[in-house]
Design a protein around this ligand. Structure first.
Ligand code: TEU
Length: 576
């Protein structure tokens, strides 16, 4: 039986500050706007707010490029606004966790400005600097052949000191060198203690398995230049000292703090490219004292070609693949003292209705409710992403590429255009556009749709990102008045998750009819109680799972046809 702690049973709600609520009409979301919506968030029945980065930043990667951990990006507000947010959340019984982004800083951070100023600056090796290599014609080459997450290479030449510096992401995001103890101590003080001392309740830890690199930086066995990052990621994911570093972070800092209601602060790590359960367990096993839980991205990688090899070259997937992934992580926690998370949306992915079901007008709402059923009875800590609760969907396919503002989308698009033009990958432009229309991170960053007023009530100004054309139809205000809305359904399911916690949160998982390509059915068992969750992932009726001897607890349809799962219908039966 799993040890029962608050963060296993809590539901987390991720807020993307740029796109949640603008209070001053400058077209960008901000902290005062978020504060004004804390009552709305509390009304959902969630327990924790996860706020994506609001720190000072040149915003090359929407705040995941931090230039000062101890100040707030001025258009978002001030440190005092965040202190007000902490208080407002706690007064509504909500905890607040912030995003800890310490694999890299912005190149505008004082630390990097010092590091790049000269080779003998005391902070020189707080980042990774390496000399150039030269090819047989004497042309200067970067130290390795790694490919960045945002396309392009991972080394940028610095004329001043005539060396390259490492950046796994954008050239404006130089990687911090965790091998340097002074650097680690500065991170713990500036990025962590500064905010923990203000009463936050924990962190979502960005890129948590990338802090220990193979510092000899060998070349990667890359055969295809478009291979996303897999062959190189082995040199920076789960590196030789990563567990030492995460243990030190937990032991020296996090373990010294409690939440506002006196519990241990919570950590959830972003663990990419670690598909093996035993690899995950090393981070989340209770006895390891590293992290409470992690995001594992198998589900959001569905469709990302060859397991994330070429992220935006869409590869069709079938439902049994999704079922096996859910089964893998549901059973992982039964056999270990680890824990996991349950999610299908975040700020780095397309909207789940568009990616995993159907966002056409006829099936959009049913799909959103069915996917809510899919999440609600799974074991693990449930994470929802802003707008998921009202069934927001991807940007329309007729939007031009200029509407895709994300550095990752731009990088992959520009590269596709180049490779198409120079013949290295004919037709790549069309394939990558299709992939971006389905999976670009931008789709989760459209302004939250509050009501049917201009720009969905997100801003009275010109929004930094175009609002979805459907905001008059899809918005929190009109759904708040409709008992059959997606919003009402999410609130009902969140209530049921708490009421049926033993079976939904802690019950043992068993897949039913694994090879069925149309329906997804699984059992959850806790002692003498059983629930059956049945979903139709198609737009045509399917034979319902034979659960007649059980009681229908909830269906996403108001009218149920016994024996038949209607298009995109989700159902939960219980025998108690
Ligand atoms: O993402 C980590 C990362 O590697 C991303 O490429 C992510 O794995 C991928 O997009 C998932 O589909 C974190 C943040 O979540 C992301 O927003 C930042 O861009 C990135 O780190 C750099 O901080």
């Amino acid at each position: 039986e799993h040890k029962r702690v608050w963060w296993k049973e809590a539901t987390f709600y991720q807020v993307y500050p740029a796109s949640f609520k603008d209070s001053n009409g400058d077209g960008l979301g901000d902290i005062p706007g978020l504060i004004s919506k804390v009552p709305y968030i509390a009304s959902l029945g969630v327990d924790v707010v996860w706020l994506s980065p609001m720190y000072d930043s040149p915003q090359k990667d929407m705040g995941y490029d931090i230039s000062d951990y101890e100040t707030v990006y001025p258009p978002y507000g001030t440190v005092e606004d965040v202190e007000k947010l902490v208080k407002e959340c706690h007064q509504h019984g909500l905890k607040l966790i912030l995003d800890l982004v310490v694999n890299h800083t912005s190149d505008q951070h004082e630390w990097f400005k010092e590091s790049r100023s000269s080779k003998d600056n005391p902070k020189r090796n707080w980042y990774f600097w390496r000399p150039a290599r030269y090819d047989q014609d004497g042309n200067r080459m970067p130290p390795t052949n790694y490919r960045s997450y945002f396309a392009g290479g991972t080394w940028t030449w610095d004329d001043n000191t005539e060396e390259y510096y490492l950046h796994l992401y954008d050239p404006s995001q130089p990687d911090l060198n965790w091998e340097n103890a002074d650097c680690r101590r500065a991170i713990y003080d500036s990025a962590m203690r500064f905010w923990l001392d203000k009463g936050i309740d924990g962190f979502r830890v960005d890129t948590v398995n990338k802090y220990s690199k193979h510092v000899d930086f060998p070349d990667a066995p890359i055969t295809d230049s478009n291979s996303f990052i897999q062959p190189a990621a082995q040199f920076w994911c789960n590196g030789p000292r990563i567990h030492e570093f995460v243990k030190e972070m937990n032991n020296d800092v996090l373990s010294k703090y409690t939440t506002f209601d006196g519990q241990a602060v919570v950590t959830v790590g972003e663990l990419s490219l670690t598909p093996e359960p035993e690899g995950v367990l090393r981070y989340v096993s209770a006895k390891e004292k590293e992290l409470d839980m992690v995001f594992q991205f198998d589900i959001t990688h569905l469709g990302q070609d060859n397991g994330f090899q070429d992220k935006y070259d869409f590869a069709p997937w079938k439902l049994p693949e999704m079922k096996r992934i859910v089964e893998k992580w549901q059973t992982f926690i039964e056999e270990t003292d680890g824990w996991t998370t349950v999610f299908n949306e975040n700020h780095d992915n397309g909207r789940s209705v568009s990616r995993f079901a159907s966002d056409v007008p006829e099936w959009r709402e049913q799909s959103a409710k069915m996917l809510a059923i899919w999440l609600i009875a799974q074991t693990g800590t449930l994470f929802l992403y802003q707008g998921q609760e009202i069934g927001m969907i991807n940007a329309p396919k007729d939007w031009g590429i200029e509407e895709y503002r994300d550095v990752e989308a731009q990088g992959h698009w520009e590269e596709a255009v180049r490779q198409d033009a120079n013949g290295t990958d004919p037709g790549r432009t069309e394939r990558i556009l299709h992939g971006l229309q389905l999976m670009a991170r931008d789709h989760s960053r459209l302004p939250f749709q509050w009501d049917s007023s201009a720009n969905g009530g997100f801003t009275t100004g010109k929004p930094w990102m175009r609002a979805h054309d459907l905001y008059p139809k899809i918005n929190a205000e009109n759904q708040g008045k409709d008992v059959n809305s997606v919003l009402a359904f999410y609130k009902r399911l969140l209530y049921l998750r708490k009421e049926h916690k033993d079976v939904f949160v802690y019950g043992a998982f068993e897949l039913v009819d694994p090879e069925n390509e149309n329906t997804f059915v699984f059992r959850k068992r806790y002692r003498d109680r059983t629930a059956v969750v049945a979903m139709n992932f198609t737009d045509s009726p399917q034979p319902a799972f034979g659960a007649m001897e059980m009681m229908l607890l909830v269906s996403s349809y108001s009218k149920v046809v016994l024996g038949t799962l209607q298009p995109f219908e989700g159902r939960i039966y219980v025998d108690y």
